[in-house]
Write a protein that binds this ligand. Structure first.
Ligand SMILES: [Fe+2]
Length: 483
């Protein structure tokens, strides 16, 4: 809420910029295909001996430290790390005081093999019963090798709780990945919504697969040790490699990355939901069964019924494969999930769907194709005010490079698309408004990137807005935008 105290000129500037984009919604004009392509750095993985992957000194020092939300409502975190010399304790010391740690939690240790690679000792420790909106310091490891970090819990679940999410996808471990990560860390984002394809370790063979999971864990630690990353899995997490004797899908990923799936009554860590501040976030698995009556389908059917927009106005869905994509890369791959779930997204008025997979950026207008019918001839996406905005952020910067070829002409549903590296932020201001921004990696060239003001799909309706107290309506942007 404090952000509204900024000079109004800035806000107006943003509003006017948004209005340019939003005007397309009303006129039905085609969107923008940016011609900008960033090409300074090749998409090669950072060498193993680079300082980006340097592990902490000391016997059995914890490495690859990361946290994620540990419960449904944001009062718990799961802290994970790896030790390599011996298992060591899975204990976390934590507290709110600067002077010491008055609380402890015990976790557990796991490990796995992949071909002949033997993982380190992977620790997962749940810390629950935390206070909202509080900074916690924590310490892991033993003696001289122990390490200290901190995190901030989210505000209490409340419809007007402001919060800033970052959205990153298909990150990998190249110099472009590093640039994306560093730019995100300057954005003020408080939690990352990660839309799949983490390390790209599966681009390697034999023991290097495990090694590149380790380097990635160390690479992202600069952010993941201090704020939660909300994980979803992509195709690069499957690692189905029968020629190496590895046929168990998601083996490395599921040992290394945990999710609070039980808290949302999910039966599988690959799909789950959390609530954080004023957002209800649903994570789907593009590479698990989702047709009618499968566990994921049944779970989502129930989860949507639990969404309470009076408590958490912002309904966000994460998945790896985009449902609307006008890039030649991975064209139509999301069609099966669209056929299954799009009508629910419209019915429940999902605000925004974030995906990755396509190594470019694209944003849709609010459109749906729920009347598609193979016998009636209805087969085009049409403007639909109840539909989500679909955003593809598969541009983290992995070694596969950019997906530079968009289908021409740009379809009517596509509002903005550009093949360059970056990340997004969604800054929720209150129950009615959020600022969205796509941030291309900074390269010294001043070219417009994509931004707009998102009106909440539930509270944005005139009828509900009328019910709100007057002070909610004093936003300078309110009369201008209608997205
Ligand atoms: Fe992918």
């Amino acid at each position: 809420m404090q952000e509204f105290a900024r000079p109004q000129s800035l806000l107006l500037q943003l509003a006017l910029t948004s209005f340019v984009f939003l005007s397309f919604v009303n006129t039905g004009n085609a969107g923008i295909t940016s011609t900008f392509i960033r090409s300074e750095w090749p998409s090669v993985d950072i060498p193993l001996d680079n300082e980006a992957f340097v592990v902490p000194k000391g016997y059995n020092a914890p490495q690859q430290v990361r946290i994620t939300q540990g419960d449904y409502d944001g009062k718990a975190v799961i802290i994970s790390w790896v030790t390599t010399d011996e298992p060591g304790p899975s204990k976390v010391q934590y507290g709110t005081s600067q002077k010491g740690y008055d609380l402890t939690a015990e976790g557990s240790t796991t490990s796995y093999t992949f071909y002949k690679y033997k993982s380190g000792y992977i620790h997962h420790c749940l810390i629950d019963g935390l206070q909202y909106d509080t900074k916690y310091n924590y310490k892991i490891g033993q003696g001289d090798s122990s390490r200290e970090f901190w995190f901030q819990t989210p505000p209490k679940i409340h419809p007007d709780a402001s919060y800033k999410f970052g959205i990153i996808g298909d990150l990998g471990q190249t110099y472009n990945s590093l640039s994306t990560l560093e730019h995100y860390m300057q954005s003020g984002g408080q939690t990352v919504l990660f839309v799949g394809d983490l390390s790209y370790a599966d681009r390697y063979e034999y023991n290097d697969v495990g090694l590149r999971w380790d380097t990635w864990g160390q690479f992202v630690e600069r952010s993941t040790a201090y704020q939660p990353w909300i994980w979803s899995a992509g195709n690069h997490e499957i690692e189905y490699m029968p020629y190496m004797g590895e046929v168990l899908p998601f083996k490395s990923y599921l040992h290394r990355y945990t999710t609070p799936y039980l808290a949302s009554k999910s039966s599988n860590p690959l799909w789950y939901a959390i609530r954080r501040a004023s957002a209800h976030i649903i994570v789907l698995s593009s590479y698990s069964p989702f047709v009618k009556y499968t566990p994921q389908w049944v779970w989502l059917y129930e989860e949507f019924k639990k969404v309470d927009r009076e408590e958490t106005p912002w309904l966000i869905v994460l998945m790896h494969v985009p449902i609307y994509n006008s890039n030649e890369a991975h064209y139509m791959e999301g069609e099966s999930m669209r056929a299954e779930f799009e009508s629910w997204f419209v019915h429940y008025k999902v605000d925004v769907v974030f995906a990755g997979h396509v190594h470019a950026y694209e944003r849709s207008y609010r459109i749906s194709n729920i009347h598609y019918n193979v016998t009636s001839g209805e087969r085009y996406p049409v403007p639909d005010k109840s539909a989500p905005v679909y955003i593809t952020v598969g541009d983290g910067g992995n070694q596969e490079g950019l997906a530079g070829r968009f289908i021409d002409p740009q379809p009517n549903y596509s509002a903005f698309r550009e093949a360059s590296y970056g990340h997004s932020t969604l800054e929720i201001k209150n129950r009615t408004h959020a600022f969205y921004h796509w941030n291309r990696n900074d390269d010294g060239k001043k070219v417009a990137t994509d931004s707009f003001i998102l009106h909440n799909q539930y509270w944005g309706s005139n009828m509900r807005r009328r019910k709100l107290k007057k002070h909610y309506l004093r936003s300078v942007v309110d009369p201008i935008t209608n997205y």
